[in-house]
Design a protein around this ligand. Sequence first.
Ligand code: NAD
Length: 250
Amino acid sequence: MGRVATVRPYTDFPPLDVGSGARVFVLTGAGISAESGIRTFRDAGGLWEEHRVEEVASPEGWASDPALVWRFYSIRRAQAGTVVPNAAHDALAGLERTLGERLLVCTQNVDPLHERAGSRRVVHMHGELAKSRCERDHAPPFNDAGEYMDLSSIPRCECGGRIRPHICWFGEVPFEMDRILAALSECTLFVTIGSSGAVYPAAGFARIARQRGAQTIYVGPERPENADAFDECRLGNAGDAVPGLFQTTP
Ligand code: NAD
């Protein structure tokens, strides 16, 4: 059983002290990109831009209609070219400039907004829109801005397999879990921003960090499903709450 988190507006809490010695793990979800104009699952009532997630984000969907899957991600790629980071992405990039390797940002998002804001220590556990790979894993992921709108335009790897989006679909194992688990075991402060706490394994990270002794904080407009894994839920939109969230000087 978890403890009951303190759930209050973010303005009721003081900034988090990340002075010398603190090691910070930040997990971001779709909510951090909402104010940049990228819709979350929740906004769409469990649909992702009018599609059931199984159709466009599962190995089964890929097997049954790869052209539909590529049309879906091609539209997301085109959209990603037009969006800009918001104040929350900017604040995390600024935090990295101060903390350096004492900060790791792990994102569930496939958009490029953390990097566009200037963050470099970012793990994309669910992949990246701007990368593709062979469906048979014959070659490593590569940068790819292509938009493939029908079956005949989908490129093939030299092994004959189709090129697929480098995205972790439902039922697949997220990327870089070793690096993530190592950082979780070292962090003294764990912060989740804008994630419903419904998608595992990410939703279990707060509990792992807490078991290792870290303080655990949630930031978002509503209580997440895994609220009992946090010491505090600071209610507010990321663009308002994140810029003043961390105090880096004594
Ligand atoms: P989710 O859609 O399940 O939940 C979004 C969360 O964001 C909700 O808890 C909501 O309260 C919160 N939120 C909404 N507006 C916010 C704001 N302004 N500031 C802060 N929080 C806000 O998202 P999830 O938990 O990240 O999981 C969904 C999965 O969907 C992930 O695996 C992710 O890969 C994928 N996804 C990614 C993107 C993206 O790349 N931008 C967009 C949609 C979905």
